[in-house]
Write a protein that binds this ligand. Structure first.
Ligand code: NAD
Length: 278
C-alpha cells in the first residue's frame, strides 16, 4: 500500500489522516513537534473508539485504522508517494514547509495542499516536486467532496493521480482551475458575508435570517449559524482573499464581520458569535 504523509495534526489534518488510514494507506503524521502529531493521532483513536462503542464500526476495523497511523518527523517522509499539508493558512509557512520537504521526499512524490484560498501556483513556486490543491471539507473523514485544484504548472498526470487518490478514499473529486475561493468557498463565504450585511442593515433578526434560508432555500443550516461554525475569522480571511485577489467590490467584507472578529467574537470556538454557546 502507498505511503502518505499528512502535515499538521489539527482539525483538518486529523480528518485527512483518518480518511487515508481508513482506506488502508500507511500514514505518517507530522506537526511542529512529534508529540503534537501523536496527540492528533490519539484524538483520531478516541473518535474511532466512540464509533466502536456506538457499533458503527467493529473493534477490529478501528484497530486496523489505528495501526496505519504513525507520528513522525520530516525525515521519515522520504518514501512517501503523496504529502498532504494541512498547516496554517499562511503562504510563507506552506512554502517553507514544501521547501524543506523538497530536499527529503523522493522525486515522484506529489505535494498536495489543503489550502482553502491561497494560490497553488504561488505555493509551488520554486518547488521541484509537483504541487496540487487537494481541498478536503470539515470533517474530512466524513465529507464526500475533494476539490482538486491545478496550479499553472501542475501536470495533467498529477491531477489524474489525485483524482484517483480521492476516489480511493470514497470521495467525489471535482476539478477546479485555480481561482480565489475555488468553487465552494467562492459561493458559500460571500453568502455568509451577505447574511451579515442583511443583519447589519437591520432588515431581519439573526434567527429569522437563518430560518429564512433553512426553510426558503432548504439549507440544513442558516448562514449565520454556519459562519459561527466555520469561525468568523476564517470567513473574514477568505473574504479578504477574494477581495484582494479580484479587486471586485462585491467581495468587500461586511464591517460588522470585521468588528466581531476584532472583538474576539469568532463563533463556536470562542463561545460567542451571532449566537451564544455558553
Ligand atoms: N477548518 C476548516 O474547516 C478547513 C477546511 C478546509 C481547509 N482548511 C485548511 O486546512 C489547513 C489547516 O486548517 P485547520 O483548521 O486544520 O487548522 P488547525 O489550526 O486546526 O491545525 C493546523 C495544524 O498545523 C500545525 N502547524 C502549524 N505550522 C506548522 C508547520 N510549520 N509545520 C507543521 N505543522 C504546523 C499546527 O500545530 C496545527 O496542529 C488550512 O490551510 C486551512 O485553510 C480548513
Amino acid at each position: 500500500m502507498k505511503n502518505v504523509g499528512v502535515i499538521g495534526a489539527g482539525t483538518m489534518g486529523q480528518g485527512i489522516a483518518n480518511a487515508f488510514a481508513t482506506a488502508g494507506y500507511n500514514v505518517t503524521v507530522c506537526d511542529i513537534k512529534i508529540e503534537w502529531a501523536q496527540n492528533g493521532i490519539n484524538k483520531i483513536g478516541a473518535k474511532l473508539d466512540k464509533l466502536v462503542s456506538r457499533e458503527k464500526i467493529t473493534a477490529e476495523k478501528a484497530e486496523g485504522i489505528k495501526a496505519n497511523l504513525t507520528a513522525g518527523e520530516y525525515k521519515d517522509l522520504a518514501d512517501c508517494d503523496l504529502i498532504v499539508e494541512a498547516v496554517l493558512e499562511k503562504m510563507e509557512i506552506k512554502k517553507d514547509l514544501f521547501k524543506t520537504l523538497d530536499e527529503i521526499c523522493k522525486e515522484d512524490c506529489i505535494f498536495g495542499t489543503n489550502t482553502s484560498s491561497l494560490s497553488v501556483t504561488e505555493i509551488a513556486n520554486g518547488i521541484k516536486h509537483n504541487v496540487i490543491g487537494m481541498h478536503f471539507f470539515n470533517p474530512a473523514d466524513r465529507m464526500k467532496l475533494v476539490e482538486v485544484i491545478s496550479g499553472e504548472n501542475t501536470p495533467v498526470e498529477t491531477k489524474e493521480a489525485i483524482i484517483e487518490y480521492s476516489k480511493s478514499l470514497g470521495k467525489t473529486p471535482v476539478e477546479v482551475a485555480e481561482g480565489p475561493g475555488f468553487v465552494v468557498n467562492r459561493i458559500l463565504i460571500p453568502m455568509i458575508n451577505e447574511a451579515c450585511f442583511i443583519y447589519q442593515e437591520g432588515l431581519a433578526s439573526v434567527e429569522d435570517i437563518d430560518t429564512a434560508m433553512k426553510l426558503g432555500a432548504n439549507h440544513p443550516m442558516g448562514p449565520l449559524a454556519l459562519g459561527d461554525l466555520i469561525g468568523l475569522d476564517i470567513v473574514l480571511d477568505v473574504m479578504e482573499v477574494l477581495y484582494t485577489e479580484t479587486g471586485d467590490p462585491k467581495y468587500r467584507p461586511c464591517t460588522l464581520l470585521k468588528k466581531m472578529v476584532r472583538a474576539g467574537k469568532l463563533g463556536q470556538k470562542t463561545k460567542q458569535g451571532f449566537y451564544s454557546y455558553n
